[in-house]
Design a protein around this ligand. Structure first.
Ligand SMILES: *Cc1c(COP(=O)(O)O)cnc(C)c1O
Length: 391
């Protein structure tokens, strides 16, 4: 049996870095050295300088590549560093077709930085393949997918977009932060590069900022490796170790949180003060069937809309269990307000166009007992006068 024959759950623990070959240690050693003595004047060893390669960071890069089914992984100082470095694969004059309800930081990178470098973009509703097709130009070099999307949890057909990208001669980038390889493996569906904010579910404890990228083939690995070393936004070794530790419990954390998210989504969906619930695990979600086809589960993030901003303010001021914060994918539940947090970088008219209203909340379900969360939400709702919302 090779490691690939084991289930994902087992491979989180039983992988190429389970045991340190030098000592037998069952945790990857943290190698702080920035430089490495070379025994030969003509031939350097595998490691020479830690920006280029460091054994601790390399362990994380190997493990994420194994988990995503790619040839090589790369660890960066943040999710945005991973995403921005991947965008450097493009050159002036190139064009990107990108999902319209993309992470706010990615929106900022594309609209305010790439434009200055002469890289063009078109925002599309990635769930509408006809619209995606029509956005293609002769200079289209990349399709940028984030699925499920943030914060409206729209689901993109990764297989179909990757096929279109191949016909176009373009690369497909997929931000897999929300589902992780535990639930969705974009490379198997045809994507070329998987990107992660490892700050979220992969590390999972709201105690580290990190980014990862995984590529499907060796040629792309060489190009991205060159950019990682040139741009230099690499992940530090302590942080690499924290992500490696978090990864070991990814499967149990995500499955438990997902199970709770399903329960909470149904509770919210039936609640008279909730206008809309956006969660691919609900039968009425427009891409519920597609989500089942391309992912192993709907994940643990959902969004819901209240009647108006006042109802939202009342709810948020009375809710006790979730932290009210940016970010997601942690052991504690996190309630966030996209209009003022993750999507604050997006102009209000763009937000409105995308359906990110001022009464929308996003919930990342953690590991608390879901019944406690539901009771907490119920008491917070009780401060809003019943009857102000008609469903
Ligand atoms: C948080 C996040 C990012 C950015 O990652 P950082 O680690 O904060 O730089 C990118 N994409 C998605 C979907 C995210 O949630």
């Amino acid at each position: 049996m090779t490691n690939e024959d084991y289930s994902f759950q087992t491979r989180l623990l039983h992988n190429s870095h389970k045991i340190d070959p030098a000592t037998g240690a069952v945790s990857v050693p943290i190698q702080h050295a920035s430089t490495y003595h070379q025994a030969d004047i003509d031939q350097f060893g595998k490691y020479d300088y830690s920006r280029s390669l460091n054994p601790t960071r390399e362990a994380l890069e190997d493990v994420i590549a194994e988990l995503e089914g790619g040839v090589k992984g790369f660890a960066f100082a943040s999710g945005m560093a991973a995403i921005s470095t991947a965008f450097l694969l493009l050159s002036a004059g190139d064009h990107v077709v990108i999902t319209e309800d993309v992470y706010g930081g990615t929106f900022r990178m594309v609209t305010e930085v790439l434009t200055r470098l002469g890289i063009e973009h078109t925002f599309v509703d990635m769930t509408n393949l006809e619209e995606v097709r029509q956005a293609v130009r002769p200079n289209t070099k990349a399709f940028y997918v984030e699925t499920p999307s943030n914060p409206l949890l729209k689901v993109t057909d990764i297989r179909a977009v990757s096929e279109l990208a191949k016909e176009t001669g373009a690369l497909t980038f997929v931000d897999n932060t929300f589902l992780t390889p535990a639930l969705q493996r974009p490379l198997e569906l045809g994507a070329d590069i998987v990107l992660h904010s490892a700050t979220k579910f992969l590390a999972g404890h709201s105690d580290v900022v990190a980014g990862l990228a995984v590529v499907k083939d060796e040629a792309l690995a060489a190009r991205l490796g060159f950019l990682q070393n040139s741009f230099g936004a690499v992940l530090g070794v302590q942080d690499a170790w924290l992500v490696l530790r978090g990864l070991k419990t990814l499967h149990v954390r995500l499955l438990q949180s997902q199970q709770s998210a399903v329960k909470i989504a149904h509770f919210l969906d039936a609640h008279p003060l909730v206008r809309n619930v956006y969660y691919p695990g609900l039968g009425h979600h427009p891409q519920h069937a597609l989500q089942k086809l391309e992912a192993q589960g709907p994940g643990a993030v959902l969004s819901f809309e209240l009647e108006d901003e006042e109802a939202l303010r009342t709810f948020v001021s009375h809710v006790k269990i979730p932290v009210f914060a940016v970010s997601l994918g942690a052991v504690e539940s996190i309630l966030s307000y996209p209009a003022k947090m993750s999507h604050a970088a997006m102009p209000p008219e763009d937000r409105r166009k995308r359906g990110i209203s001022d009464s929308l909340l996003r919930l990342s379900v953690g590991l608390e007992n879901p019944d406690d969360l539901i009771a907490d939400f119920e008491q917070a709702f009780s401060y809003t006068k019943a009857g102000t919302t008609v469903k």
